[in-house]
Design a protein around this ligand. Structure first.
Ligand SMILES: Cc1cc2nc3c(=O)[nH]c(=O)nc-3n(C[C@H](O)[C@H](O)[C@H](O)COP(=O)(O)OP(=O)(O)OC[C@H]3O[C@@H](n4cnc5c(N)ncnc54)[C@H](O)[C@@H]3O)c2cc1C
Length: 416
C-alpha cells in the first residue's frame, strides 16, 4: 500500500508529488494520458513544436519560481506590451515601467486617450500593491465593470483591453473576476511572459524529472475512488479493472473529472479556445518576439504570435511557426476554418500568407475553468479525511494556480 496516490500528472499533481517526496512520503502519480503535462502539452509536427493552444509561463509566478529551473528551460521572453491593429492603423503598446524608451510610441498608439494610458498606471499600482494572496480577498466584480469604474474609454476597451485580456481569460465579454485581472496584471508587471525552448511541455517534464524513478504511471485511467482513512485506506479503481491501495489520495485532475470522482464536488463550467498553427517561410513580425492583437473589432482572430521568434526549437531552421487564436469553439470544419482564417490573415499581413501552411487546428473545449465573481474557486482541501483535491479549478485558473494548490495539498497531506 502506498502512502499517497496522486491522480493526475498535470502541473498540480506533479507539484504535489514533488512536495510529498521532498517530505519523505512514498507516492505514485497516475495519469490517463500518454505523457505528463495535462493541459500543458506540446506536439511535434514536421519538426515544429506545437503547444496545445497558445499559452505562456509568466516568470513572476511564485510557485514556478520555487519549483522550476528557468535556466534549464532556456526561456525566451516576449517583449513587454503588444502590437495592436486598430481601425486607425497599427500601434505599439508597451509597459512604460519596463520599456521607458517606448513611452512616446505608447502614448501615440491609436488605442485610447492619454488619460486612458494614465489610467493603466493606476491599474498597475492597484495590481502591484499589497500582498499577492490578498488579491483573492479584494471586493469582487467582473473585469468589464472594474475597467469601466476606472474610467477607461470604450476605445481603449475595444482596441486594447478586450483583445488582450480576452486572450488571457479566453472570453471577450470580460465577465471574469476582477481578482484575476489584478493577479494577471501583477504577474505581467513583475516578470516576463516566456516560452521554454522546445515547447511548454518542457515545464511538466522538468517537474516529473525531479520525481523518484517509477513514481509516475501513464495510461492509467482512474474510474473510481472508494474507502476511507478510518476503514484502512482508499481503493483507487482503474479503468483496466486493477485496484491500487493508499492511505491517502490526492485528486489532481481537471475540475470536471474531480467532480465525477468525488460525489458532491461542483463541476466547473469551461472556457474554450481554437488555435490554428501555421508553418511560414518567415516571421510576419520581422523576428520581434511580441504579441499581436486584433483591436479592429472585426475578424475572428483575437491574437497572433510567432513562438519561433520567442524561444528556440519551435520551428525548423529557415522557417517560422505562427500561432493564431480564436476565442471559443468554431462550428465549421477544419478546412473551412483554415480557409476563412487565411483570407482574414491575408487582409492583415498581406500576400506573404499565401505561402503559409496550416499544421494543426486545435479545438480545446475545456481550456480554463470559468472564474466569474461569486462563482470563484473552492480552495484546494480535504473533501474527506485523507481524500484531497487540488488543481487550477481550486485557485486562479493558471499555471500558478495549479502548482500552488499542488504544493499546498502536498504539505497538508505530509503534515497529517
Ligand atoms: C489553451 C490554454 C491556454 C492557457 N494559457 C495559459 C497561460 O498563458 N498561462 C497560464 O498560467 N495558464 C494557462 N492555461 C491554464 C493552465 O494550462 C492550466 O491552469 C494548468 O495546466 C492546469 O493544471 P492542472 O494540473 O490543474 O490540470 P490538468 O493540466 O488538466 O491536469 C489534470 C491531469 O489529470 C489527468 N486525468 C484526468 N482524468 C483522469 C483520470 N480519470 N484518471 C487519471 N488521470 C486523469 C489528465 O490526463 C491530466 O494530465 C491555459 C490553458 C489552456 C488549455
Amino acid at each position: 500500500m502506498k502512502d499517497v496516490l496522486v491522480i493526475g500528472a498535470g502541473l498540480a499533481g506533479l507539484t504535489c508529488a514533488r512536495t510529498l517526496q521532498a517530505r519523505g512520503l512514498d507516492c505514485l502519480v497516475l495519469d490517463a494520458a500518454d505523457a505528463v503535462g495535462g493541459r500543458v502539452r506540446t506536439d511535434d509536427v514536421d519538426g515544429f513544436r506545437l503547444d496545445r493552444g497558445f499559452q505562456v509561463l509568466l516568470t513572476a509566478y511564485p510557485a514556478a519560481r520555487t519549483w522550476l529551473d528557468y535556466d534549464a528551460l532556456r526561456l525566451g521572453n516576449f517583449a513587454p506590451g503588444a502590437r495592436v491593429m486598430t481601425p486607425d492603423g497599427e500601434g505599439r503598446v508597451s509597459d512604460p515601467w519596463r520599456a521607458p524608451g517606448r513611452m512616446w510610441e505608447t502614448l501615440r498608439a491609436p488605442v485610447g486617450t492619454v488619460a486612458d494610458k494614465l489610467r493603466v498606471g493606476a491599474l498597475r499600482l492597484a495590481a502591484t500593491s499589497g500582498r499577492l494572496d490578498a488579491i483573492w480577498e479584494r471586493p469582487e466584480r467582473c473585469t468589464a465593470e472594474e475597467l469601466r469604474a476606472r474610467g477607461f474609454s470604450p476605445v481603449m476597451l475595444e482596441r486594447f483591453l478586450r483583445p488582450w485580456l480576452g486572450g488571457i481569460f479566453l472570453e471577450r465579454e470580460l465577465t471574469t473576476s476582477n481578482r484575476m485581472l489584478f493577479f494577471v496584471y501583477r504577474m505581467f508587471a513583475e516578470g516576463y511572459a516566456a516560452l521554454p525552448a522546445g515547447g511548454m511541455q518542457r515545464i511538466p517534464e522538468q517537474l516529473a524529472a525531479g520525481l523518484k524513478t517509477d513514481s509516475c504511471r501513464l495510461g492509467a485511467t482512474v474510474a473510481g475512488v472508494s474507502g476511507g482513512s478510518s476503514t484502512g485506506g482508499y481503493d483507487v479503481r482503474l479503468a483496466s479493472g486493477e485496484t491500487l491501495k493508499a492511505s491517502q489520495v490526492v485528486i489532481a485532475t481537471d475540475g470536471g473529472t474531480a467532480a465525477r470522482l468525488v460525489p458532491g464536488l461542483a463541476a466547473p463550467a469551461w472556457r474554450s479556445v481554437t488555435c490554428v498553427q501555421w508553418a511560414a517561410p518567415e516571421s510576419p513580425m520581422g523576428g520581434e518576439p511580441v504579441l499581436w492583437l486584433n483591436g479592429t473589432g472585426h475578424g475572428r482572430i483575437n491574437n497572433l504570435v510567432v513562438p519561433s521568434d520567442v524561444a528556440a526549437d519551435y520551428a525548423p531552421k529557415g522557417s517560422a511557426l505562427v500561432s493564431t487564436t480564436v476565442i471559443g469553439e468554431c462550428p465549421e470544419t477544419d478546412t473551412e476554418l483554415v480557409a476563412g482564417l487565411s483570407v482574414e490573415l491575408a487582409g492583415r499581413h498581406g500576400t506573404v500568407v499565401k505561402d503559409w501552411r496550416a499544421l494543426a487546428v486545435q479545438r480545446i473545449r475545456c481550456a480554463l475553468p470559468v472564474l466569474s465573481p461569486g462563482a470563484g474557486a473552492e480552495a484546494a482541501r480535504a473533501v474527506r479525511e485523507g481524500l484531497w483535491v487540488c488543481g487550477d479549478h481550486c485557485a486562479s485558473a493558471s499555471i500558478q494556480g495549479a502548482m500552488a494548490t499542488g504544493q499546498t495539498v502536498g504539505e497538508a497531506v505530509a503534515a497529517r
